[in-house]
Design a protein around this ligand. Structure first.
Ligand SMILES: *[C@@H]1O[C@H](CO)[C@@H](O)[C@H](O)[C@H]1NC(C)=O
Ligand SMILES: *[C@@H]1O[C@H](CO)[C@@H](O)[C@H](O)[C@H]1NC(C)=O
Ligand SMILES: *[C@@H]1O[C@H](CO)[C@@H](O)[C@H](O)[C@H]1NC(C)=O
Ligand SMILES: *[C@@H]1O[C@H](CO)[C@@H](O)[C@H](O)[C@H]1NC(C)=O
Ligand SMILES: *[C@@H]1O[C@H](CO)[C@@H](O)[C@H](O)[C@H]1NC(C)=O
Ligand SMILES: *[C@@H]1O[C@H](CO)[C@@H](O)[C@H](O)[C@H]1NC(C)=O
Ligand SMILES: *[C@@H]1O[C@H](CO)[C@@H](O)[C@H](O)[C@H]1NC(C)=O
Ligand SMILES: *[C@@H]1O[C@H](CO)[C@@H](O)[C@H](O)[C@H]1NC(C)=O
Ligand SMILES: *[C@@H]1O[C@H](CO)[C@@H](O)[C@H](O)[C@H]1NC(C)=O
Ligand SMILES: *[C@@H]1O[C@H](CO)[C@@H](O)[C@H](O)[C@H]1NC(C)=O
Ligand SMILES: *[C@@H]1O[C@H](CO)[C@@H](O)[C@H](O)[C@H]1NC(C)=O
Length: 497
């Protein structure tokens, strides 16, 4: 039998059983659980690839999604970013439900958060604002725990160029400026939904079972018509099993997995589903539509330093020493994610693009793009050279894509079209963000350090920059919107029923 290390089913039952992490449904059946209150469906890397992207010269790109316990929270960059107050307030406006406003959600962010010391224990005064964080939650967040040789230059730049003000805490609701990166890391290790919410203190609860090797294929109606049954397999060629919840099924399979499961279940555009031979259960044409994602370019600069990521990437002895240090004491360069600082920035209000299109940001204090600072080149390094990266990402995307089915085959990959840079606005912002990264790197703080940008430079024409963008843009892997909330009674989305 081929175990499927994919979607997990998490069954929160009554206290009739002893809680466990289980390998097979047969083991679960032995527990003789009489009543399951909730079933949570989670997704895990699926090795997806996008359709050829028009905005990227027809390139298809890898679209990683976590394939382990904890889903994509187990494989992401661990960046802790809440977003701006205006983002949440717009969310409340779109859903016509004030529950989603910043003021209403902040207490839950704090409740979730376990703000922790960095692994090197350095004094973090002035690097974040304790007043806006939670220190008793479940998901750990911390500042970098290994000093980067570029730290001081980044902070110096904020005092030299007015365009890049220092922001002590980008997660306070006011995000604009440059600040220290916060990451979902505790004592040098990843804090994912698997290490936090499935930590031993939770999995030892008597009424919680986690079933491994279970891939959910569909959600099904019970006799009453409610969707409370989950269908899954433990072997692609094997039997299909079902479990039914008394109360709810929480479909939390991510922006790709969730619409994929819903569409196979007959929940989507009924006419499209019928044409594919899937029996429609509920006509909800928004399922899989409105896919929205953040574009990213790794922008490296050649630097006058020998103390960058490339060293260990090109020297197996050094890499092994760094690993050993991490493995024994959770110290050294491997305690951090690959970024030290982030900037949240806007293109100017008088930009020519706004003559033809509205400002896509949620408000005047919300960024259009992000600059991500790393002490090295992200991705496989060239044979020589040391690097700094100031990588731009478009965080106010206008472009929308889709997740659709290729066939009624339950195990076929869905068709993923994020439509990256599909909008002129996104392209404009990416071009301006690249120019901004070049300006940032030209601050006096980088004198004698930055030698030259790698791939483009300040004399590049717009046409050369555009070509660079199309050839180099990828994603930050932030897909959202394919099973979105909508106001009660709306003609789109989940229709809030
Ligand atoms: C993704 O690719 C890796 C490496 O080839 C493989 O081990 C893994 O099983 C693949 N995942 C799926 C869902 O097929
Ligand atoms: C940390 O630094 C701040 C400001 O530099 C200082 O006031 C504070 O006493 C320091 N804390 C510790 C524990 O050393
Ligand atoms: C449903 O899909 C069909 C094509 O299969 C399309 O013509 C129609 O506009 C879609 N309906 C909605 C409401 O989006
Ligand atoms: C996409 O979302 C917008 C709201 O942001 C909504 O107006 C529109 O109807 C949605 N489109 C689809 C196909 O659901
Ligand atoms: C590789 O790293 C080790 C350990 O730091 C060091 O002793 C050695 O000189 C390095 N090798 C090269 C070629 O730089
Ligand atoms: C990491 O440390 C653990 C003990 O904490 C040890 O069992 C393991 O072998 C180490 N791994 C490597 C690759 O050295
Ligand atoms: C961090 O992890 C290391 C290695 O497991 C351990 O020795 C150390 O006590 C931990 N520190 C904290 C503050 O938990
Ligand atoms: C926008 O305003 C700034 C400062 O007021 C000015 O320098 C710049 O030329 C203007 N840009 C455009 C596109 O009008
Ligand atoms: C933007 O933020 C600044 C600084 O917090 C504040 O003074 C201003 O009122 C905000 N603007 C809007 C439109 O909210
Ligand atoms: C490299 O840095 C040294 C000082 O550390 C300086 O003398 C030299 O001019 C720098 N080289 C470049 C190309 O910036
Ligand atoms: C800038 O880039 C262009 C095209 O890659 C190249 O021809 C030119 O020499 C570069 N200029 C500088 C100053 O590096």
């Amino acid at each position: 039998m081929t175990w499927l290390r994919s979607t997990l089913v998490l069954a929160l039952g009554s206290s009739l059983c002893s809680g466990a992490i289980l390998e097979s449904i047969a083991d679960f059946n032995k527990l003789n659980v009489k009543k399951i209150d909730f079933i949570v469906v989670g997704a895990q890397d699926w090795n997806y690839t996008t359709t050829p992207q028009r905005g990227l010269n027809g390139r298809s790109i890898a679209y990683n999604r976590g394939f382990v316990l904890g889903g994509s929270s187990s494989v992401n960059y661990m960046v802790y970013t809440r977003g701006s107050k205006e983002d949440y307030d717009r969310w409340a406006k779109v859903t016509k439900d004030n529950t989603w406003s910043w003021d209403n959600l902040v207490p839950y962010m704090r409740k979730n958060e376990l703000f922790s010391p960095p692994s090197d224990g350095h004094n973090t005064t002035g690097q974040f604002d304790p007043a806006v964080h939670g220190f008793h939650g479940i998901n750990a967040v911390s500042l970098a725990g290994f000093p980067s040789p570029v730290d001081a230059r980044v902070i110096e730049t904020t005092t030299q160029l007015a365009e890049y003000p220092f922001n002590v805490d980008m997660n306070s609701g006011y995000q604009l400026g440059i600040g220290w990166g916060q990451a979902t890391i505790k004592n040098g290790s990843r804090s994912s939904s698997a290490t936090s919410y499935l930590a031993p203190q939770f999995t030892s609860r008597p009424n919680l079972n986690v079933l491994l090797h279970a891939r959910v294929t569909r959600v099904l109606q019970t006799n009453s018509g409610a969707i409370r049954t989950v269908e899954f397999v433990q072997d692609i060629n094997g039997q299909r099993f079902t479990l039914t919840a008394e109360k709810e099924v929480i479909l939390s399979a991510g922006s790709i997995g969730t619409p994929n499961i819903l569409l196979h279940s007959g929940i989507g555009n009924s006419s499209t589903l019928t044409s594919m031979g899937i029996k429609p259960v509920h006509n909800l044409p928004s399922v899989g539509q409105n896919l929205s994602d953040h574009c990213l370019i790794f922008l490296p600069f050649l630097v006058n330093s020998t103390d960058t990521f490339e060293n260990a990437e090109r020297n197996a002895t050094l890499a092994a020493l760094q690993f050993e240090e991490w493995n024994t004491s959770r110290t050294g360069p491997l305690v951090d994610n690959p970024l030290s600082h982030i900037g949240w920035l806007r293109i100017p209000d008088n930009s020519s693009i706004f003559e033809r299109f509205p400002d896509p940001a949620a408000g005047p204090n919300t960024s259009h793009y992000e600059l991500i600072v790393s002490n090295g080149l992200l991705g496989p390094p060239p044979p020589t050279g040391n690097f700094l990266s100031i990588s731009p990402a478009v965080v106010s995307p206008v472009s929308r894509g889709t997740v659709t089915l290729s066939s009624s085959d339950l195990f076929a990959d869905p068709i993923i079209d994020p439509n990256l840079l599909g909008s002129e606005v996104d392209f404009f912002i990416m071009r301006e963000a690249l120019k901004s990264a070049l300006r940032f790197s030209a601050a006096p703080a980088w004198e004698n350090y930055v030698i030259s940008p790698f791939g483009l430079n300040s004399t590049s024409t717009d046409a050369e920059i555009d070509d660079f963008i199309r050839q180099n843009t990828g994603t930050v892997y932030h897909p959202v919107g394919t099973a979105s909330m909508s106001p009660k009674g709306a003609t789109w989305g989940s229709r809030g029923s």
